[in-house]
Design a protein around this ligand. Structure first.
Ligand code: GRF
Length: 193
């Protein structure tokens, strides 16, 4: 089976990106990361990509007229790299309808909660874990799902749970959920690639 070219879209640390790179290097998934694109200049994930000689691109949203043009520019980059599959790993922008259509069934997102809980607009980063703790939840987890035109609404591929400790801080919870993310992202890629 031909190795798939993966694009990872990020905005931050890129620890999920690292998990994908590592899995690819160990031949655990049928794909390799060919390009990493960030909408934030200082995203550490860009450095991670460079260390592995992966094309690392920062595209500044402010240089484009609107979200359509911005994502049009990303699509061009994906075409240049013959991308088969797109992974959103901490990407905070909303894809356009055109983007989703072009890569339908070939875009996945990782989200740090048990969707449908604590997802959608405004639920990102530490805010998710803060809301989970304020909601007195006993458990939380992470979800990998296909991306459709909504926010965190596409078909779920895999979910994994953990129990929240009494008095656990949002930062501690974030770290534990992140470990789950790294693991289920690879499990999901094994399934879908
Ligand atoms: C992860 O929690 C991911 O689920 C969320 O953003 C975070 C990105 O972390 N959407 P990293 O950049 O992969 O370290």
């Amino acid at each position: 089976m031909q190795i798939k070219n993966i694009a990872v879209l990020i905005s931050g640390s890129g620890s999920n990106l690292q998990a994908v790179i590592d899995a690819s290097l160990k031949n655990e998934i049928n794909g390799k990361v060919s390009v990493v694109i960030s909408h934030k200049k200082d995203a550490y994930g860009l450095e991670r990509a460079k260390k592995h000689n992966i094309d690392a691109i920062y595209l500044n949203p402010k240089e484009y007229k609107n979200n359509e043009e911005y994502h049009g520019a990303i699509i061009e980059k994906l075409k240049e790299h013959n991308i088969d599959f797109v992974v959103l790993a901490g990407y905070l922008k909303i894809l356009t309808k055109d983007f989703v259509k072009k890569y339908e069934g070939r875009i996945i997102n990782i989200h740090p909660s048990l969707i449908p809980k604590y997802c959608g607009k405004g639920f990102y980063g530490i805010k998710v874990h803060e809301a989970v703790i304020n909601g007195n939840e006993k458990e939380t987890g992470a979800t990998v799902h296909f991306v459709d035109e909504g926010t965190d609404t596409g078909k779920i591929i895999i979910q994994e749970k953990l129990s929240i400790d009494i008095g656990e801080t949002k930062e501690h919870l974030q770290k534990r959920v992140l470990d789950i993310e790294h693991s289920i992202l690879i499990k999901a890629l094994k399934k879908v690639l």
